[in-house]
Design a protein around this ligand. Structure first.
Ligand code: ADP
Ligand code: MG
Length: 408
């Protein structure tokens, strides 16, 4: 097995900028480019040409110690087999009984491993086949978005056979699956990662090599990155550090570095992380040979998004007004909701351009990317209003159909 870091693209074909701002090698067909009969980039999107619905999963976390201590009543009940979530509670003499169905439901006893094996393995397999996929974690602060996406990432805690700790979340498990697969096959490949945070419509590179303390204490010194149009309908984050990695451990180190930056900012900058979005992306290029001796390059990208707490976008206009006064309104999260609405209602105008998050992830909603949303809720009564809001929002998102086009 040969590993390529910094590919000799010119050997394989002309570079082309994709809609998401990545480079891939332009498709070269034998018949149209007789001088380069062996250069062929797979046209992966054709398998999805009929369009696929956004997949929506629901995860309800267990009670916290505090909630157990207070004997908090349980208002959310999960029926994993029926893929149903029931919310039941009487408030001021009014009974609330609602049932929501999702593509999959994970209750309080579901382990990280269960969610990963049942929902994420097939998505990562698609990425390894050369597709772009996005997983969003959406929900109120404290319901388990970061636990689900990152969990316990420290490789140093892994077992003697390299297995991950049981608390490892979607990101470390995806990284492990990707490298296990790549290292086990006889193909050349490259893996690149980026990790950014979006807070108050400002993008920060979580992998930038500055000192964490400098970034946090001297906020003005934080390097903010501009989002640029690439001239082809996509966007680019100018100056975003793109790390070429050669092993899962290298990614775990980067992930720890980036997460530490996010966590440190949280304590010093007034809970910034609950109002910020993080986007961890892994781009894979795999070079393969067909039995006919042609060379294929598969380009797949996995976007893993830990969204800001959804309590910042209440359904109520009055609450929204108060949030705006408090300077807490989250433009990207609001716009995400409006984009979902526009897609579900088939409105002519979809306001992707109104926020950085939706500009960055435009292709994941109504585009060519295969998308999964993991909505997270608390089982406790004190979160009832936000839980219903999350369930409504997530249920609505089930109706989004991504309509892949043929990548020419
Ligand atoms: P969020 O990112 O949505 O604000 P966190 O991921 O930080 O929430 O989770 C809040 C707390 O709840 C953390 O202490 C986390 O470990 C715990 N937690 C969340 N989901 C689960 C779960 N499914 N199982 C066990 N603990 C969980
Ligand atoms: Mg979090």
């Amino acid at each position: 097995m040969v590993l390529l870091c910094g590919w000799r693209w010119e050997l394989w074909g002309e570079l082309k900028m994709t809609k998401t701002g990545d480079y891939c090698v332009k498709r070269r067909l034998k018949i149209s480019t007789p001088k380069h009969p062996h250069n062929l980039c797979l046209n992966m999107s054709s398998r999805h040409d009929k369009g696929v619905n956004v997949q929506v999963l629901l995860r309800c976390r267990p009670f916290s110690n505090e909630e157990l201590k207070n004997n908090a009543p349980q208002v959310v009940k999960c029926d994993e087999y029926q893929r149903e979530v029931a919310v039941s509670q009487s408030i001021a003499g009014k009974q609330i009984d609602r049932v929501f169905t999702f593509d999959k439901v994970f209750g309080p006893t579901a382990r990280q491993k269960d969610l990963y094996e049942q929902a994420v393995i097939p998505i990562v397999n698609e990425v390894l086949e050369g597709f772009n996929c996005t997983i969003f974690a959406y929900g109120q602060t404290g319901t388990g978005k970061t636990y689900t996406m990152e969990g316990e990432c420290k490789r140093s805690k892994s077992g003697p056979n390299g297995e991950l700790p049981p608390e490892a979340g979607v990101i470390p498990r995806s990284v492990k699956q990707i490298f296990d697969m790549l290292e086990g096959q006889n193909a050349e490949y490259s893996v690149k990662v980026t990790f950014l945070e979006l807070y108050n419509e400002e993008i920060t590179d979580l992998l930038a090599p500055e000192e964490i303390s400098k970034v946090v204490v001297e906020d003005k010194q934080k390097k903010l990155l501009p989002l640029m149009e690439d001239g082809k309908g996509g966007v680019l984050v100018r100056g975003l550090e793109e790390e070429i990695v050669t092993s899962a451990n290298e990614i775990f180190t980067l992930l720890e570095r980036g997460s530490a930056k996010r966590r440190t900012a949280e304590t010093l900058l007034n809970k910034q992380s609950s109002r910020s979005h993080s986007l961890f992306s892994i781009t894979i290029h795999i070079k393969e040979s067909t039995p006919e001796g042609e060379e294929l390059i598969k380009c797949g990208k996995l976007n893993l998004v830990d969204l800001a707490g959804s309590e910042n976008i209440s359904r109520s206009g009055a609450r929204e007004g108060r949030a705006r006064e408090a300077g807490e309104i989250n433009k990207s999260l609001l716009t995400l909701g409006r984009v979902i609405n526009a897609l579900v209602e088939h409105l002519g105008h979809v306001p992707y351009r109104d926020s950085k998050l939706t500009r960055l992830l435009r292709d994941s909603l109504g585009g060519r990317t295969k998308t999964c949303i993991i909505a997270t809720v608390s089982p406790a009564v004190h979160c009832l209003e936000e839980t219903l809001s999350t369930l409504d929002y997530a249920h609505r998102a089930k109706n989004i159909k991504n309509k892949p086009e043929v990548n020419q």
